[in-house]
Design a protein. Structure first.
Length: 220
């Protein structure tokens, strides 16, 4: 009888321990599943969160941000001769190497095969803001077309002109916008006399660099 009682008691204890173990295992598994579920939800939430960093608009710097008036004036005077050379040599049709007579010269520059090539060279120096002036006889001071195509070849007018015995210089800034600055031009003659040329030349901040703009003559 005693043995039966002990066996019964032991069986009951094992059953209870088994239940407890099963219960603990189930609770443990439930916690693991719950934890995995929470981790999955956190990951999902993290994916769906909006980006905190907002893209700020890029603001282009103005001429006043980049240069002082003194620096702009110095730059303009340093490049005046080149500005003049490109502008007026295009006007006169004397910019490229060629062979022939005055008024009818065949361009021999190996890079020039069309009027489009001539235009592309112009825009290496000048901003595209203004229309090309050299082909417009109403704008061109010589009132002649300086370049033309004929029989598959490109010609230039090759006309020489200019102010002899004088020196041009920019005296002061006439006006300035965010990306363009205008300078008044003066002429100094060999005898020391100085005249106002009644012209304003502009420089434009274009594509990260200063390019030549246009020339306006007040007496026209």
């Amino acid at each position: 009888m005693r043995n039966r009682f002990m066996i019964a008691t032991l069986s009951t204890t094992l059953v209870l321990l088994g239940c407890a173990s099963t219960d603990n295992k189930e609770k443990k598994d439930e916690k693991v599943v719950h934890k995995k579920k929470e981790t999955k939800e956190v990951k999902q939430d993290a994916v769906s969160l909006p980006e905190e960093a907002e893209t700020k608009p890029v603001v282009d710097a103005t001429l006043s941000d980049l240069y002082t008036d003194e620096e702009l004036l110095a730059y303009a005077n340093d490049h005046l001769d080149d500005f003049w050379h490109v502008y007026y040599c295009y006007m006169a049709g004397t910019f490229f190497e060629g062979t022939g007579d005055f008024g009818n010269t065949l361009i021999t520059d190996p890079n020039i095969h069309s009027l489009q090539d001539i235009e592309n060279v112009w825009y290496q120096y000048f901003s595209r803001r203004y229309p090309i002036p050299y082909m417009d006889v109403n704008t061109n001071i010589y009132k002649e077309v300086p370049f033309w195509e004929e029989n598959g070849q490109v010609y230039e007018r090759y006309r020489i002109d200019g102010v002899v015995g004088s020196h041009l210089y920019f005296d002061h800034i006439e006006q300035k916008t965010d990306d363009e600055v205008w300078f008044s031009v003066y002429v100094e003659y060999v005898d020391g006399k100085i005249d106002d040329a009644n012209q304003q030349w502009s420089f434009i901040y274009d594509g990260g660099q200063l390019k030549y703009g246009t020339i306006v003559r007040n007496n026209q």
